[in-house]
Every structure is written in structure tokens, then in C-alpha cells.
Write a protein of this length. Sequence first.
Length: 255
Amino acid sequence: MIELIGVKVLDVIKQIQQAIVYIEDRLLEPFNLQELSDYVGLSPYHLDQSFKMIVGLSPEAYARARKMTLAANDVINGATRLVDIAKKYHYANSNDFANDFSDFHGVSPIQASTKKDELQIQERLYIKLSTTERAPYPYRLEETDDISLVGYARFIDTKYLSHPFNVPDFLEDLLIDGKIKELRRYNDVSPFELFVISCPLENGLEIFVGVPSERYPAHLESRFYLANIVRNSIYKVKLIMQLMKLGTILNQVCS
């Protein structure tokens, strides 16, 4: 089992490296997550999440950072007019380019030469495996049976998959609306157990937040998940990575 997991991890790393090469070869073209996912053989959702976990940026954010870095070099060199640089990077006009440049770098194209140290430079990334003496974070694996849940679902369109806080934002909305507290009343297992299941779809992602229950109130949606779907849900890992934003929310949920 460990060997299989290792192979899968190496496959993902290889796919992320392929994604970086693909992005680098097309920095002058509009970014398209679907085309990138088709190229590397991962769904848009899994590509976006895996890329962020390994690189620290979404594919779209990395592509924009690299594009703005190349644009900054063009501006500083001064050999090309601003309108030509805007055209090179597919902006409608020089004003649109200047606004995007200023928004990313924090300085205008005119100031770039005198404020080079303030430019947000993103060098090309290469993936390298390394070892460390730092102890890993503690975790445990649990076997899960097939499970029936009742709760609330939210559909995330493909174009919004790069948003790193899709799950925390959904949980926060449910908390503010009093729906988390309501769900606890229908929990037939434990009032403190809340499931967040992600289901990649052809044109996006469904996030389902629910509790184990044999009751099916009409105002709640119901889902039946096989054990392997629950175990393989990436949000079992991803949710933990996003808890820093959710600190106050979780305190309220579990109190």
C-alpha cells in the first residue's frame, strides 16, 4: 500500500512539472485551466489543488506571476514601447496593461526602472525532492464504512476552482446562517462530527457539508457515499490546510 501511494505521489509530481513546462511555453497566451488539465491528465480540480500544495500557488496565479515578471523585464529594458508590450501580452490597450502591471507589482510601468527592488519577481520554478529532519505532522488513518449524510451542497464552477477558500467560505456561510447548528440536531453519530465531501464533476466540483443521519428532512439534501469516496476525499487533507482561516468558525461549531 505504501509503495502504491509513493508511485501516485511521484506521478502527481511529474504531472505538476509537466504543467509548469506547459505554462512556461505559453506565457504569451491567455491562461486556460481546462486545456492545461487535459494536457497533464488531471481534472481541473485535482490539478489546481495538487499544484497549490506543491508549488504554493494556483496554476493561474503562477502563470500570471511569470507573465508579469517577463513584462517587467521588457519594461525595464525600455527597448519596446508600452503599447507594443501590451500587444505582446494580449492586452486590449496600454492602459489595461499598465493597470494590471500596477495591480500586480505595486508600481506603475513608468516607475519600474527606478523601483526595481519593489517589483514582485517570480522566477521559473523547478520541482526538486529533498529530505528533512523536521518531524511530520501527526495524523491517523481511519477505515470508513458506506455512509448516508444529510446537509447542504454547493456547486463550484471550473473557473472558480483556483479559489483557495471554497470550503472555508461555504462553511462560514453555513455558520452565519445558523445551518451548522441546525445540522447538529440531525447527527445520529456525534454532535461534533461534520463531513465535508468533495466530488469532482465534468464541469466543476460539488462540495457537500453534512452529518451522518437516518432522518431525511425535506429541507435538507441527502447523499449516500461509498466508503472509498469518503476515504479518498481530498478535503480530508485540504480542509486541515485551510483551518487557519477557520479558527474562530470551528470554535463556534464545536462549542
